[in-house]
Design a protein around this ligand. Structure first.
Ligand code: NAD
Ligand code: ZN
Length: 342
């Protein structure tokens, strides 16, 4: 799975794109006049309202109808350019993979989460009802532009949201990155993330390329923190990155209870997550969602098998994680245990 990553100080020139390019962008970005002017230069452009409602078949149908009314060539040069966060990337990724049985995709992530994670790896997805990512395809972006000035316009909340995925990848694969995060935890800003972005992106591609279509199971490791993360995202509407942070806490506590990792590693990871000082944590999150609801959402997880089993990612140490098949009932027992113990 190969996407060309291009680091730029600002948005690329419109001349770099073929005339048959459809720009699809997060409407929020057009509040910025420079962005608005840039977008207006494309022959074809559509603004989108970002979020989980965008990732639906209804929105897809709406946008497809708009595109079919556009007077443009549908040749193999046709390029979908998605500019926005993970929801826009997932939506435009899916659209580009099915339109005319697949056309070119270029992404310009506008959130840290999309820049560090979701734009890379070729996965996209739409939701069905409240269940996340139920349909999707593998369709890599040909190019991904990382544009400094676009990313630096984001508020602090967006930065915190990306840290779930960044801490996750460091626990999976890079002790040095983990140490860096520990040292800088109170000073993390956009410039620091930009500095580490090439390392973070390479780590993701290393895992993705070992199992591009999720056939061998290695790629599943990227699901660390996501089994319960998706439950909190769906049940409580948490932003993806925040939900992943809370899901990481759950996986950490479970791994520790199973004596898989040392007390030192447990506290190092736990302290790093707590030092981010986000409003939500596992204890107050579990208070807001019932066991019945958690079980229902776990049973909707697309990775669940007929025997009600799921691959869960456990932590052995920083830099070493593994997947193990567990029953939904085992996860529920652990939820109940954590409710009592913490
Ligand atoms: N395909 C994958 O591999 C993958 C991986 C991780 C997450 N995801 C998906 O990504 C989504 C979460 O990503 P996200 O948090 O980027 O989602 P998002 O697109 O919903 O963006 C979050 C919010 O940030 C706003 N925003 C976007 N750019 C901004 C900017 N520059 N300044 C200010 N606000 C801005 C959006 O309008 C939105 O309100 C979820 O749907 C998740 O399932 C996909
Ligand atoms: Zn994620």
């Amino acid at each position: 799975m190969k996407s060309t990553i291009i680091y730029l100080p600002k948005l690329p020139s419109v001349n770099e794109f073929p005339a048959e390019t459809i720009l699809l962008y997060d409407a929020v970005l057009a509040k910025n006049l420079d962005f608005k002017k840039w977008a207006a230069q494309f022959n074809f452009h559509i603004s989108l309202k970002a979020g989980e409602n965008l990732k639906t078949l209804d929105s897809l149908n709406f946008v497809l109808k708009k595109i079919s009314k556009m007077n443009m060539s549908k040749s193999t040069k046709l390029t979908f350019l998605g500019v926005g966060g993970g929801s826009v990337g997932d939506f435009v990724g899916f659209l580009s993979s099915i339109y005319m049985r697949g056309r070119n995709l270029v992404l310009i992530p506008s959130t840290w989460l999309a820049a560090v994670d979701s734009a890379h790896g070729g996965k996209n997805a739409l939701n069905i009802l409240k269940a996340k990512n139920q349909i999707g395809t593998f369709h890599s972006a040909n190019k991904i532009y990382i544009c400094k000035n676009l990313l630096l316009t984001q508020p602090q909340d967006r930065l915190t949201e990306s840290l779930g995925e960044i801490i996750k990848i460091s626990i999976l694969a890079d002790k040095k990155l983990f140490k860096f995060l520990q040292e800088k935890v109170n000073k993390i800003n956009g410039e620091l993330i930009l500095q580490k972005l090439p390392t973070i992106i390479k780590l993701k591609y290393k895992i993705v390329n070992s199992d591009p279509f999720e056939k061998k199971g290695y790629r599943r490791l990227l699901n660390l923190g996501h089994t319960m993360g998706h439950v909190f995202e769906s049940a409580l509407g948490y932003p993806h990155g925040v939900a992943v942070l809370i899901g990481l806490q759950f996986a950490l506590r479970w791994s520790f209870n199973l004596n898989l990792l040392t007390e030192k590693d447990f506290f190092e990871i736990s302290n790093l997550i707590e030092a981010l000082n986000i409003k939500q944590n596992l204890n107050n999150t579990l208070k807001q969602v019932s066991n019945v609801k958690i079980q229902k959402l776990l049973l909707q997880d697309k990775k669940q098998t007929l025997t009600k089993q799921l691959d869960f990612i456990f932590i052995k140490s920083v830099g070493q994680c593994f997947k193990k098949s567990v029953f939904v009932s085992e996860i529920m027992n652990e939820v109940k245990r954590q409710r009592l113990e913490y």
